[in-house]
Ligand binder design. Structure first.
Ligand code: FES
Length: 214
């Protein structure tokens, strides 16, 4: 596996707001690997979105709110990926604690840049900040903190500043114009993923007179 492999690359997934509620989840796919980031009892974690029983996809929707529970035989998983709820375990599976631990979900990497959430298939590799570079990482973090409020979608024009990072295109409304301050985030679906895994969101400052970062 080389550093050019999609498995080794960070991909922007969503914002922290999307994962703020217990059981909130967001999914994507990198090549053949489905991924899920999920809030489990307040912990936000990332796994391969594949059940370790018979390899069914756990969450089929791009985003939603519901427990990390496989739709096939109902195994549910905790924040460490360990199956903790196994219907009919005494008769059908007979899995004790050690057996359950061996069937934990495969973890994936998860990192935050300000309020932006990124995922990577590989567990090892450069940090998100190393990958993006310190300046770009700091700029995106500051922008995401300055534009926390989702609102009415707008279409960026050529006059907007465009910032590229991984699969993310951030468009920032020009400061010296009549355009209201806004930040449009467009996350392209990773390689091999269905277009339904692309996401676009328009964000606004918390207050209309808030200062934007340089
Ligand atoms: S395939 Fe997931 S519980 Fe059986």
């Amino acid at each position: 596996m080389t550093n050019d492999s999609p498995d080794q690359r960070w991909f922007h997934l969503c914002t922290t707001d999307d994962l703020a509620l217990p059981n909130a989840f967001v999914t994507t796919r990198v090549g053949a690997v489905p991924l899920v980031a999920q809030n489990i009892k307040g912990r936000v974690v990332a796994f391969r979105n594949v059940c370790t029983h018979r390899f069914a996809v756990i969450h089929g929707e791009p985003a939603g709110c519901g427990p990390l529970r496989c739709p096939y035989h109902g195994w549910s998983f905790d924040a460490d990926g360990v199956p903790v709820g196994l219907p009919f375990n005494p008769t059908d599976f007979q899995l004790e604690a050690e057996g359950r631990r061996r069937l934990a979900l495969h973890p994936a990497s998860l990192a935050r840049c300000g309020r932006l959430v990124f995922v990577r298939v590989a567990m090892d590799g450069p940090s998100l900040e190393e990958d993006l570079g310190h300046d770009l990482f700091a700029r995106l973090a500051a922008l995401s903190d300055a534009f926390p409020r989702p609102g009415t979608p707008v279409e960026p024009t050529e006059a907007w500043e465009r910032i590229e990072a991984a699969n993310l295109r951030a468009h920032l409304a020009p400061a010296a114009s009549s355009t209201p301050p806004a930040l449009v985030l467009h996350s392209m679906a990773p390689p091999g993923a269905d277009p339904r895994f692309s996401r676009t969101i328009t964000l606004y400052p918390a207050t209309t007179d808030a200062e934007r970062p340089a």
